[in-house]
Design a protein around this ligand. Structure first.
Ligand SMILES: Nc1nc2c(ncn2[C@@H]2O[C@H](COP(=O)(O)OP(=O)(O)OP(=O)(O)O)[C@@H](O)[C@H]2O)c(=O)[nH]1
Ligand SMILES: [Mg+2]
Length: 285
C-alpha cells in the first residue's frame, strides 16, 4: 500500500523529491469552493455603475428613464409622457434589481450634455473629475489598515458615450462624407475617456437613420476609432483565450450599438408598451 495515500493531507510529506505533489492528497473536494463562492456572491449581490455621456439633447436622460421604467418601475411608471427636462448637473439613480435570487445594485449616473457652449474646451473636465474621484475614494478605503469588509463601489464600470446620428445620406456628397464621421470634439472626448474608463459608444436617436445609413455610419465610426487609437470596450487586453476572442470580436463588429430612447406608452396588439413611434412603426423600449 502506498504510505502517502494513507496519511492525512496536511501532515504528509513526499518521501522523495520525484513524487508528484498531486499524489500526496486524497480527494479534498476543491469543487465545493465554487458553490461556496456562488453562495457568497448571491448573498452579497453585484454592483454595476453606468454613466451616460454625450452632447446635449441626444436622449441620455430619456435612455436612463427607459432603462429604469422598463426594468425597475414596471408596475408604477411615474412622469410618463412628460418631456424630460434638460440635465443641469451630474446625478445618480440607484435601484436594486433582483432576478432569480441574484441581486444587482444598478446605479446610473446621468450627466449634463456638452456642446452648448461657444467654447467647448475642457467640457470633459467635470466628467473625468467625477470618474477619477470615485477611483480615489475607493482606493482610500482599500488602503485603510482596518478597512470595511465591503467597500461601497461607486467607481464607473461602464461609460455609455452617445454619438450624434449624423450619418444621413440626404446631405450633399462632401458634407455627407464629413458628417458621417466622428466630430473632432467627440474624438478628443473619447480619447480622454478611454484612458479612464470602459467606454461603450452608441449611435443616439438611431430611429432618425435608415438601416443602410446606420450600417455605413457604424463602419465609418469603427474606422475613426481605429485611426485615432481610441480603444473602446472590449479592449484587446480582455482577449485572454480563444473563447474571449470570438465573443469580443462579435461585440466589436456591432459597436457602436444603435439606441432609441422611449418616453411614452403605446398600445401594441392590445398591450401597453413603452416605445417610440416612428413612420414605420413602434420601436419598443
Ligand atoms: N427621435 C428620437 N428622439 C429622442 C430619442 N431619445 C430622446 N429623444 C428626444 O430628444 C429630446 C432630448 O432628450 P433628453 O433625454 O433630454 O436628452 P439629453 O441627452 O439628456 O439632453 P441634456 O440633458 O441636455 O444633455 C427629448 O425631446 C426626447 O424625447 C430617440 O431615441 N429618438
Ligand atoms: Mg439629460
Amino acid at each position: 500500500m502506498d504510505p502517502l495515500r494513507q496519511s492525512s493531507p496536511g501532515s504528509s510529506r513526499p518521501s522523495s523529491p520525484r513524487t508528484p505533489p498531486c499524489e500526496m492528497f486524497d480527494y479534498v473536494g476543491i469543487e465545493a469552493v465554487l458553490d461556496q463562492l456562488k453562495i457568497k456572491a448571491m448573498k452579497m449581490g453585484f454592483e454595476f455603475n453606468i454613466m451616460v455621456v454625450g452632447q446635449s439633447g441626444l436622449g441620455k436622460s430619456t435612455m436612463v428613464n427607459t432603462l429604469f421604467k422598463s426594468k425597475v418601475w414596471k408596475s408604477n411608471i411615474p412622469n410618463l409622457g412628460t418631456p424630460t427636462p434638460q440635465t443641469l448637473k451630474l446625478h445618480s439613480v440607484t435601484h436594486i434589481i433582483e432576478e432569480k435570487g441574484v441581486k444587482l445594485k444598478l446605479t446610473v449616473t446621468d450627466t449634463p450634455g456638452f456642446g452648448d457652449q461657444i467654447n467647448n474646451d475642457k467640457c470633459w473636465d467635470p466628467i473625468l473629475g467625477y470618474i477619477n474621484e470615485q477611483y480615489e475614494r475607493y482606493l482610500q478605503e482599500e488602503i485603510l489598515i482596518t478597512r470595511q469588509r465591503h467597500i461601497p463601489d461607486t467607481r464607473v464600470h461602464c461609460c455609455v458615450y452617445f454619438v450624434p446620428p449624423t450619418g444621413a445620406t440626404c446631405l450633399g456628397r462632401e458634407e455627407g462624407r464629413r458628417r458621417r464621421s466622428l466630430r473632432p470634439l467627440d474624438i478628443e472626448f473619447l480619447q480622454r475617456l478611454c484612458r479612464a474608463v470602459n467606454v461603450v459608444p452608441v449611435i443616439a436617436r438611431a430611429d432618425s437613420l435608415t438601416i443602410e445609413e446606420r450600417e455605413t455610419f457604424r463602419q465609418r465610426i469603427q474606422h475613426n476609432l481605429r485611426s485615432h487609437c481610441i480603444e473602446v470596450y472590449p479592449q484587446k487586453s480582455l482577449d485572454e483565450d480563444t473563447n474571449d476572442r470570438i465573443l469580443n470580436s462579435k461585440i466589436r463588429d456591432r459597436i457602436p450599438f444603435a439606441v432609441v430612447g422611449a418616453d411614452r406608452e403605446h398600445l401594441v396588439n392590445g398591450k401597453c408598451v413603452l416605445g417610440r413611434k416612428t413612420k414605420w412603426g413602434i420601436i419598443e423600449g
